[in-house]
Design a binder for this molecule. Structure first.
Ligand code: ZN
Length: 163
């Protein structure tokens, strides 16, 4: 796997190293061979992303093996880690093919755990009501505990960098 960084503060080597480590550990939890896989993770840092886009983070999947993870870089460390973990759970869903986006007869479909969801219907409800969102939200705490155990130093360092 490879990581790339762009946007505000993306030239900060320490910040990149910390996010590299957290990413590796978070994904290793369910995908032990993550480091051997040919995957690209593009982290895009945006200053006050929430004010601009109304989201703290997002994940976009680009066929066949690239993931773009947008993050609001102006959050405090604790919340930033939660958002990062949340987006990495979405990456995990895509990598394990639990979540897929497909085009069928000109319609954009999300397939989550073998169930089809039509994009137009999805957008009519709260985004957080989607099954893959509910699952990601539910898994956050368990992931945070795991990361806290294996990346304690990185988290401490991140608290110094982001506040
Ligand atoms: Zn989400």
């Amino acid at each position: 796997m490879l990581t790339f960084y762009s946007g505000f503060r993306s030239n900060n080597k320490i910040l990149k190293k910390i996010i590299d480590n957290i990413t590796i550990f978070a994904l290793k939890k369910e995908i032990p061979d993550i480091l051997d896989r040919k995957l690209n993770f593009n982290f895009v840092f945006t200053k006050n992303l929430f004010n601009k886009e109304d989201v703290f983070g997002y994940t976009l999947y680009f066929f066949p093996n690239s993931y773009s993870i947008g993050l609001d870089i102006c959050l405090d460390a604790k919340f930033f880690i939660r958002v990062l973990i949340h987006e990495l759970i979405h990456c995990k869903q895509y990598i394990k093919k639990e979540l897929k986006e497909i085009n069928k007869n000109g319609k954009c479909l999300y397939i989550y755990k073998n169930k089809e969801y039509v994009f137009e219907q999805i957008t009519k409800q709260e985004w957080s009501e989607n099954e893959w969102e509910k699952d990601a939200l539910e898994q956050e705490d368990e992931y945070l505990k795991y990361i806290d155990k294996y990346c304690r130093e990185d988290i401490t360092c991140l608290h110094r960098l982001l506040h």
